[in-house]
Write a protein that binds this ligand. Structure first.
Ligand code: CP
Ligand code: NVA
Length: 306
């Protein structure tokens, strides 16, 4: 099985995911390669980024190719040229396109019209590369992830959705602990539940954070207001009981880890004590973005089998 683009986690099946995670282990031990020698990878960013921009730039360089950073604001795209024509033009110059933007549909339209692989580097709906790094980090910590429970606390956003999909593909039970008003869209919930059912895992919502974390091997949180969303004081106050703090972590399994995709708003969704504590895996997650994305690009752009 091979994939052409990586736009959402379910572009991978369970076998692809296993292949990608084992390739990632290899790429983590190997920094330099000439696999993509002479190639160029465009990195389009329409939202700010530290980890994604740097890990893709470094990863492309380590694979022997040239990263070409393009600020979406400075491109003609969506000003005097369509997403579709941008895809057609860029495909004549580069060997792969990584894009971070707002609408998932734009990434899908780009991929539908590109003749080179397209990788989603975050949209309002999805953050699939993050989710790959997250499950890889959990595998590193626990070995086998099957049957373990991960609880996502906070806002039902792009990170939560992609994490829930990736969790199902590595055999994890995924619980979302969110206040009312912060749920994922109903259609997305239904699709994730169907994926979990097909994989024989559980996926559910538990409003009470203390009940949610019982028996969990990992507690995950993300910012309460994502990029492009307006500040909403009511939403923030409803999210306060879902803060990932030491008291909540103490109610999970003794070996439970704390996860965050970063950037973190310390003192809001996560405390300093947890972020900087011995059970935090947040900087491993950040590092693993590099390794998992190299494995992904080696497959999509370099033709390496999964
Ligand atoms: N986690 C993540 O995608 O971080 P950046 O926004 O810094 O890329
Ligand atoms: N949910 C966050 C993730 C940032 C990496 C956002 O979309 O802003």
């Amino acid at each position: 099985m091979s994939i052409r683009h990586f736009l959402r986690v379910p572009d991978l099946n369970k076998t692809d995911m296993e292949g990608l995670l084992s390739r990632t282990e290899e790429w983590k031990r190997r920094t330099r390669s000439d696999l993509l020698q002479g190639k160029t990878v465009a990195l389009i960013f329409g939202k700010p980024s530290t980890r994604t921009r740097v890990s893709f730039s470094v990863g492309v360089h380590q694979l022997g190719a040239m990263p070409l950073y393009l600020s979406e604001q400075e491109l003609q795209m969506r000003k005097s040229e369509s997403v579709e024509d941008t895809a057609r033009v860029l495909s004549r110059y580069v060997d792969g396109i990584v894009i971070r933007t707002f609408a998932q549909k734009d990434v899908e339209d780009l991929a539908a019209n590109a003749t080179v692989p397209v990788i989603n580097a975050l949209t309002d709906d999805d953050h699939p590369c993050q989710a790959l790094a997250d499950v890889f980090t959990l595998r590193e910590r626990f070995g086998d992830t099957s049957g373990r429970k991960i609880v996502y606390l906070g806002d039902g956003n792009n990170v939560a959705a992609s994490l829930a999909e990736a969790g199902a593909l590595v055999g994890m039970d995924v619980c979302l602990s969110l206040p009312e008003g912060c749920d994922l869209p109903l259609g997305r919930m239904t699709a994730i539940k169907a994926l979990a059912d097909a994989e024989g895992t559980r996926f559910w919502v538990e409003r009470d954070p203390e009940a949610a974390v019982s028996g969990a091997s990992a507690l995950y949180t993300d910012v309460w207001i994502s990029m492009g969303q307006h500040q909403d004081a009511g939403k923030v106050s409803s999210l306060r009981p879902y803060q990932l703090n030491a008291a909540l972590l103490a109610k999970a399994r003794p070996d439970a880890v704390a996860l965050h995709c970063l950037p973190a708003h310390r003192g809001e969704e996560i405390t300093d004590e947890v972020m900087d504590g011995p059970r935090s895996a947040v900087f491993d997650q950040a590092e693993n973005r590099l390794h998992v994305q190299k494995a992904l690009m080696a497959h999509l752009i370099g033709g390496e089998p999964l």
